[in-house]
Design a protein around this ligand. Structure first.
Ligand SMILES: CC(C)(COP(=O)(O)OP(=O)(O)OC[C@H]1O[C@@H](n2cnc3c(N)ncnc32)[C@H](O)[C@@H]1OP(=O)(O)O)[C@@H](O)C(=O)NCCC(=O)NCCS
Length: 282
């Protein structure tokens, strides 16, 4: 099946609803679709310069993943003294030396239907969920989560405990996207379809959601998500966690402030020095 035919078949079986359950053709289509996801041939979102975010959401890919949940039954994947149970359609992925992916021993898992490019390093424990796309040379550090359908570019550094939220439903919603060379500091959280453009740096502890306004000190603007667009962190922005005073009501009276990410500058030589990875570790 070429990709066009695969798309049509996925859409047809997804539209069939519960009638697809038990249909061997639907399961065969799903398996073909899942293999295409793991090869990186299909993605839940792909670069598209014609759109305002620079990315186009592929609704049918998300439908294919949801089809897999519908078709799967619970299966026991237990190993040794560990109990592991998941849908039969999403067994944990296995990697070999020829895949060129380093999965360091110690409690990590990559769910099937995720694409992991050559040269990716996975430090334990970490988890990559279905539909995620992790491109060449990216480092997924300990306790990092790559949520469902998240799109992670080349040479991204997901530092320890960085949480990249999953966006599976609604099917037309954008997944979280981290473009090439982004640095996501330790304990960051990027959720709800936020786009971090290439080269941007999130200092440790920065949290971004659809509802989080981001104050750009350099350009004097406040960045927000809108009904049509997710929050977009501009290329090369350096974002640090800050706070802003509440200026009305009880919050003002009580002297409260709210969490507030701040763009303090755009990447310079010092930032590149601060974020350089030790090449020998690769
Ligand atoms: C953002 C970061 C990369 C620093 O970048 P940088 O370009 O060297 O930043 P600078 O030191 O020039 O700082 C620029 C401004 O931001 C402030 N700033 C920098 N890092 C900050 C932080 N984490 N929180 C709050 N403010 C911060 C600085 O004080 C400075 O403001 P000032 O000029 O008013 O003093 C660094 O702070 C960081 O968070 N690195 C990631 C660390 C990490 O998570 N490692 C994980 C390894 S697993």
């Amino acid at each position: 099946m070429n990709l066009n035919q695969l798309q049509k078949a996925v859409e047809r079986h997804f539209a069939a609803g519960p009638a697809a359950v038990g249909d061997p053709t639907a399961l065969a289509v799903f398996h073909e679709f899942r293999a295409a996801l793991e090869r990186g041939d299909v993605r839940s979102a792909a670069p598209d310069s014609a759109t305002a975010t620079g990315w186009k959401v592929n609704v049918w890919v998300k439908q294919g993943i949801l089809l897999g949940f519908r078709l799967g039954v619970l299966e026991d994947y237990s190993s040794g003294s560990f109990s592991l149970v998941d849908k039969s359609t999403f067994p944990p992925r296995r990697f070999g030396v020829n895949d060129g992916v380093r999965v360091v021993p110690g409690g990590s898992a990559v769910r099937s239907g995720a694409y992991i490019a050559r040269g990716v390093v996975c430090m334990p424990p970490m988890y990559v969920n279905v539909g995620a796309y992790v491109d060449d040379g990216t480092m997924v550090d300990s306790h990092a989560l790559v949520g469902s359908c998240a799109q992670i570019g080349k040479r991204v550094h997901l530092s320890a405990a960085a949480q990249i939220g999953g966006v599976l439903e609604p099917v037309n919603a954008s997944p979280v996207i981290l473009e090439d060379d982004a640095l996501i500091g330790g304990n960051c959280g990027v959720y709800e379809g936020t786009v971090v453009q290439s080269g941007a740096v999130l200092a440790a502890g920065t949290i971004l959601t659809r509802g989080t306004p981001v104050y750009d000190l350099v350009n004097g603007t406040v960045l927000r998500a809108t009904d049509e667009l997710p929050l977009i962190i501009p290329r090369d922005a350096v974002v640090v966690p800050g706070s802003r005073a509440v200026t009305r009501g009880n919050g003002q009276e009580w002297g409260l402030s709210l969490y507030c990410p701040v763009i303090v500058k755009y990447r310079d030589d010092k930032t590149s020095l601060s974020t350089a990875l030790e090449e020998l570790l690769r």
